[in-house]
Ligand binder design. Structure first.
Ligand SMILES: Cc1ncc(COP(=O)(O)O)c(C=O)c1O
Length: 407
């Protein structure tokens, strides 16, 4: 029997990847027969889990912040120590061990983020008061979705969501109490967002729920597609016309591959479309330290920039963190991400940009179907069993066509 394609559910390969690993370490005999010593798990967007070395500048600065005695030693480069000193200077009591009293993030970190955004967007203004620092983009998204969630049945909040989508998203929408309204991305269209698909998804959803937002992943997870300006303008006009909040997840903005491809932020395009849109469309854009070249998923740091969002909602988003503001150390890591060493700095040469190439693989599904298997799941299982490499199968991201992919 052909396996049912599941969206957002932990896959057999991921589960197997996790169980094989400890077996190999001698906890049971199962791993003994495997032709590899270690599982490399590239299925989960967690580069450090695959064995990637941390970026030294980041860790050196954090090390000094955690152990300020290093400030007095010459073992670490001067610019590392200077940065750490500056960062410690904005922590209460000069220590990362103190509470972060500002609810939406340390002011210096928010200022660095706003400067980074302005530089990235060629001067489009960004204000620290519109930046809210959080514990990573998934938590931020979940917070926003919880806030938007209301009603049941036909009055339940709906969120337009691409398919294929990040494998964690259906669970996130589910847990937040909003209805996932799928819009299809098609491989033959280069995975671009098509207006007709959005319109069709919206029309189908109305009468079933109340669509209030559109979620965009750009560069796309898992497709890797980088949106062009024309497409983004269409999406913005659509959101404006339909009164939808634009949730732009831009965590992969540093992972752009392909000739002539470059990242443009939704914020920049929105501003350049003039006041009619720039002052109207509600935009929440997300970024985090997990998905960029740092890949520091475990530190849990991220931010959102909010535009045209009701001030009462912004206040709520800030205040909700009153009792548990993001960890100071992750905020400092965020500062380093948005403000890395530049040419001329001592650490610039060793500041290595680590990039990942998402490989895409196509194969004919027929022989796998004869075996009652999905080709992508089969391929992932084989790769795990024979080489110890744990990948995600495309069907986990909701892909439901005749092509098969690994991620
Ligand atoms: C949909 C989605 N967004 C963002 C991320 C990065 O999340 P975070 O910043 O919370 O670590 C992930 C990681 O799995 C993800 O699946």
């Amino acid at each position: 029997m052909v396996q049912k394609r599941t969206l957002g559910v932990d896959s057999p390969c991921r589960r197997e990847g996790r169980t094989i690993q400890p077996n190999l370490r001698g906890f049971s005999s199962q791993g003994a027969n495997k032709p590899f010593k270690k599982v490399i798990d590239v299925s989960s967007d967690d580069p450090h889990r695959t064995g990637m070395a941390p970026i030294s500048f980041v860790r050196q600065v954090l090390a000094v912040c955690l152990y300020p005695e290093l400030l007095e030693e010459n073992t670490l480069p001067l610019d590392v120590r200077q940065r750490a000193k500056r960062l410690l200077g904005v922590c209460s009591g000069g220590s990362v061990g103190s509470y972060s009293t500002a609810t939406s993030g340390l002011p210096l970190v928010k200022k660095s983020i706003a400067d980074f955004i302005m530089k990235r967007d060629n001067g489009v203004s960004s204000h620290p008061e519109n930046i809210i620092i959080s514990d990573g983009s998934q938590k931020t998204l979940s917070l926003v979705l919880h806030l938007m969630a209301s009603g049941t049945g036909v009055t339940q909040t709906g969120v337009l969501t691409p398919v294929p989508c990040p494998h964690t998203l259906p669970m996130l929408t589910d847990m937040s109490g909003v209805k996932l309204v799928p819009y299809q991305l098609k491989e033959e269209a280069g995975w671009t967002v098509e207006l007709e698909e959005l319109q069709q998804a919206l029309a189908t959803a109305r009468g079933d729920c109340e669509p209030r937002a559109i979620y965009i992943s750009n560069p796309g997870n898992p497709t890797g597609h980088v949106q062009d300006r024309k497409t983004m303008e269409r999406v913005i006009r659509f959101a404006a016309a339909e009164g939808l909040v634009l949730l732009a997840e831009e965590v992969n903005q540093d992972s752009v591959y392909g000739q002539g491809k470059y990242f443009i932020s939704y914020k920049k395009v929105l501003f350049e479309m003039g006041k009619k849109y720039a002052e109207k469309v509600e935009l929440i854009s997300l970024h985090s330290i997990s998905s960029g070249p740092m890949g520091e998923c475990g530190l849990r740091g991220g931010y959102m920039e909010v535009l045209n969002i009701d001030p009462a909602v912004c206040k709520y988003l800030r205040n909700i963190q009153l009792t548990s503001s993001p960890a100071v150390i992750s905020q400092l890591a965020l500062e380093v991400m948005v403000n890395p060493p530049t040419p001329g700095d001592l650490s610039y040469k060793t500041y290595a940009r680590v990039t990942f190439i998402a490989e895409r693989n196509c194969c004919s599904p027929h022989e796998f179907q004869m075996l009652g298997l999905q080709a992508d799941v089969f391929y992932c299982q084989k790769l795990l069993e024979e080489e110890g490499v744990c990948l995600g199968a495309g069907c986990e991201n909701g892909q439901d066509d005749q092509n098969h992919h690994i991620r």
